[in-house]
Design a protein around this ligand. Structure first.
Ligand code: ADP
Ligand code: MG
Length: 457
């Protein structure tokens, strides 16, 4: 985590700032408090500067890295007058700072009231307003809004699944933020599945299941993120089964996310799998080009920088895998622009993303796609250019052609050529067919997404 932070700030700040303020810091895990890290500064100046400038970004980074709130403490290295320089708790960013990032609310226009920090662990930046909608997520978003408006009544549970970085966590927090804004007294808890597992373990060790149950069973809204982490954890699944039942019976809303469909989570008890399907199950798909552009433009507004459409299209065309990567690319462009003092342009974006694009282009060649797809379907690579028409071969070949059209910069005739001298209309047809099938045949969609995932690493 610290290495990621350092890298990030090395890009964000100029060399002098970085060397003066950030580099001398040390990070340690707090031995006697949970979820707490200690930043050790070599002197008071650094300490003060960090306090003034560093709190917000590092909280944000820690949040996105660990998916839960981490407390930071500031300390001086070998304090000489340990009376006067007490340990200083870095507070969470104030609501004022956070609200700067939030774009005006299209659903409800009540201004966000400042709230006292609470234990729900919601990230206030993850709102519906900040969530860009497109074909890839419109069902998920519609379901989420209904649940947010009528928690416990509309659909229970709401199960959101999809690949990494596609907005599951964001959407889940958006529901929580919406609910809490309507009812500040609602008892809400966001918990990552891994944290829930460790809560169960610690309840087990301390024989404190009563307390555990009292807490989880009395919530109004429980958000469990990345439930695939329950896989093979029997005791956790049993506890969660009780909590789930208690909440659903009391008409309290449960929201769950996972990287795959409930039935595909291996090592999950059948009774949980079936319960997860009781309410509404919705998928989030990777965003299409236009949606990726829209996301970039929205993030640029949030960051208060000017990004023209051409540049946004350029970034979106090359960064396809998920929204998180897209954000990362935009941040790189912004950092580069700040660093060089040039405004954002197509040329600047090309320069800033040079390394990233080189890596992508090297990895994803048509050849590579053919081999990966053939391996995946356990057929011969030679069948990618053969004339065989049996479904077991023709379908994977179509998948490969569709992926080649999506992921490479090759023209349709070039792709056709690479697939045994086929016509460009064959490639076009294959692409259309596979996109259609992805909508109607879950198996094709799953294979396609898995292959994209493998190819993009
Ligand atoms: P997941 O939980 O599916 O891995 P996240 O919810 O953590 O993904 O999303 C990754 C990042 O992308 C977050 O910063 C999130 O705000 C952003 N993001 C994802 N989807 C969207 C969207 N539709 N509009 C705006 N931002 C999005
Ligand atoms: Mg997530």
């Amino acid at each position: 985590f610290w290495r990621t932070c350092l890298k990030h700030f090395e890009q964000e700040l100029n060399a002098q700032q970085f060397n003066t303020w950030i580099k001398p810091l040390k990070l340690e895990v707090c031995p006697d408090e949970e979820n707490t890290l200690i930043l050790i500064a070599p002197n008071r100046f650094v300490l003060q500067w960090i306090k003034d400038n560093f709190v917000h970004p590092i909280n944000e980074m820690a949040y996105s890295h660990f998916a839960e709130k981490i407390n930071f403490k500031l300390e001086l290295e070998n304090p000489t007058h340990n009376q006067t320089i007490a340990e200083e708790q870095i507070s969470n960013p104030t609501n004022k700072e956070k609200n700067n990032l939030i774009i005006k609310n299209p659903i409800r226009s009540a201004p966000a009231k400042p709230r006292k920090p609470s234990s729900n662990r919601l990230n206030p930046a993850f709102t519906f307003e900040a969530f860009v909608t497109g074909k890839a997520n419109q069902l998920a978003r519609a379901g989420a809004i209904q649940v947010a408006e009528r928690p416990g009544i509309a659909y229970n549970p709401l199960f959101i699944y999809g690949g990494v970085g596609l907005g599951k966590t964001h959407l889940m927090h958006a529901i929580g933020n919406y609910v809490i804004e309507l009812d500040a007294t609602a008892k809400i808890r966001y918990v990552h599945a891994e944290k829930y597992v460790s809560d169960v373990v610690s309840a087990y060790q301390h024989k404190s299941f009563d307390k555990f149950k009292l807490y989880y069973h009395s919530l109004d809204l429980l958000l469990v993120d990345d439930v695939q982490f329950f896989s093979g954890k029997n005791r956790t699944q049993e506890e969660f089964f009780y909590a789930f039942n208690a909440l659903i019976e009391a008409h309290k809303q449960v929201i769950i996310t996972s990287d795959c469909y409930p039935k595909e989570i291996s090592g999950l008890e059948e009774r949980l799998v079936s319960r997860f399907g009781w309410g509404l199950t919705v998928a989030i798909e990777p965003p299409e080009l236009e949606m990726r552009v829209a996301i970039l433009l929205k993030k640029a507004i949030a960051e208060k920088v000017e990004l023209d459409e051409n540049t946004a299209f350029f970034i979106a065309k090359y960064i396809r895998s998920n929204v998180r990567e897209l954000e990362g690319a935009l941040k790189r462009v912004l950092a580069y622009s700040r660093f060089t003092g040039q405004s954002i342009s197509l040329a600047l974006a090309k320069e800033a993303l040079k390394d990233l694009l080189a890596i992508q282009n090297r990895q994803i060649s048509i050849e590579n796609i053919q081999k990966t797809v053939a391996d995946y379907y356990k057929i011969k690579v030679a069948d990618m250019y053969s004339k065989k028409r049996v479904r077991a071969i023709a379908r994977p070949r179509q998948v490969a052609m569709a992926i080649a059209k999506e992921l490479t910069q090759s023209s349709l005739p070039d792709i056709g050529e690479a697939f045994g001298g086929r016509d460009h209309t064959t490639v076009l047809y294959a692409h259309r067919k596979i996109m259609e099938l992805r909508g109607s045949d879950p198996a094709v969609n799953r294979d396609y997404n898995a292959l994209i995932h493998i190819l993009q690493g």
